[in-house]
Design a protein around this ligand. Structure first.
Ligand code: FES
Ligand SMILES: [Fe+2]
Length: 324
């Protein structure tokens, strides 16, 4: 049985705008219940390390950046960009054995002022795909806006909402669903592809772990990403892409429209119980029109079962007494 928090590891996640990391500054973010320290190394690249010192658990991001390394505020243990411990001041000179004492590092991608992290379950796992940056962000033919929010829901409820077409005339009766019929029977077409599916001839696409794309017409689209922060908290990112009214002065109109629609979704999502999808027998009752949610649940369960099978190996631990 697959149970919450339903985290999908070894995937790229958009985590938001790059924080100000100038002049040795650090930041701390939480993704899938992992606190992560961010800083820039001497080459200006963003480094992401698990924000917990392996000594006795202090928060590394409260410490200091020295060149490529981050030093813990508590007793000065120091870690490089790969998360390897390069100094334990109390022990005198660093020794090669220290390099086995690591904090997990996460591959990082920066584009268009935004940051993606590869949330790996183990430091030995490398991404086999580049970060899924929406191509419109890097294409001057497009203008784009980003609306962000944080909701107290599990990201699975958000994901299903974004692919659910049946809710539109109910939840969005005063905006995008105005005048739409509420009554079926609905025949929704789905085409499954590796790692996702396309709905209604590709009008709406979903790709694991959390990437939704709505093609409104060839001049306009919406990108929707949900970042699992913790079991009951999700960071929401809604992109509006457009090829018309491109001057930035028009951004506010698109932002206001997308925020208004999002607020309609938020109200109903916050009301759902449990706060995550309910896979227990007798839990949620999906019907034929919930074709996307059913496909999503199959993908989710399959992914989690495979990651549970792989996790049998366990992780490396080092006895500090032996680090000498
Ligand atoms: S807790 Fe980090 S050096 Fe002691
Ligand atoms: Fe909606």
């Amino acid at each position: 049985m697959v149970e919450p928090p339903y985290y999908l590891w070894n995937q790229w996640y958009l985590v938001g705008r790059i924080p100000d990391l100038r002049r040795g500054k650090t930041a701390s973010i939480t993704v899938m219940d992992v606190r992560i320290a961010l800083y820039r190394d001497s080459a200006g690249r963003v480094v992401a390390l698990e924000d917990r010192c392996p000594h006795v658990g202090a928060q590394l991001s409260l410490g200091k950046v020295h060149g490529d390394c981050l030093s813990c505020p508590f007793h000065g243990w120091t870690f490089d960009q790969a998360g390897a411990c390069v100094d334990i001041p109390s022990m005198g000179a660093p020794t090669p054995a220290l390099r086995n004492l690591t904090v997990r590092s996460f591959p990082v991608h920066e584009a268009a002022g935004l940051l993606w992290l590869f949330m790996r379950s183990d430091a030995s796992i490398e991404p086999d795909e580049p970060a899924p940056v929406p191509p419109e962000l890097l294409d001057p033919a497009w203008a784009w806006t980003l609306v962000e929010d944080t909701w107290d829901v599990n990201f699975t409820r958000f994901a299903e909402n974004m692919m659910d077409q049946v809710h539109v005339p109910f939840v969005h009766a005063r905006t995008i669903g105005r005048g739409a019929s509420t009554r079926g029977p609905l025949e929704l077409e789905i085409r499954e592809v590796p790692g996702g599916f396309d709905l209604q001839g590709g009008m709406l696409t979903f790709r694991m772990p959390n990437i939704h794309r709505l093609y409104i017409f060839d001049q306009m689209g919406i990108g929707m990403h949900g970042l699992p922060v913790s079991v009951n908290r999700t960071r929401i990112f809604i992109f509006g892409f457009r090829k018309f009214l491109k001057p930035r002065i028009f951004d506010f109109m698109f932002r206001i429209a997308n925020r208004r629609i999002l607020e309609e979704d938020r109200a109903v999502l916050l009301s759902q119980r449990p706060t995550h999808i309910d896979l227990t027998p007798g839990g949620d009752h999906l019907v034929r029109a919930d074709v996307a949610a059913r496909a999503y649940r199959r993908l989710l369960v399959d992914h989690i079962e495979r990651q549970q099978a792989r996790a049998a190996g366990g992780s490396l631990t080092v006895d500090p007494e032996k680090v000498s």
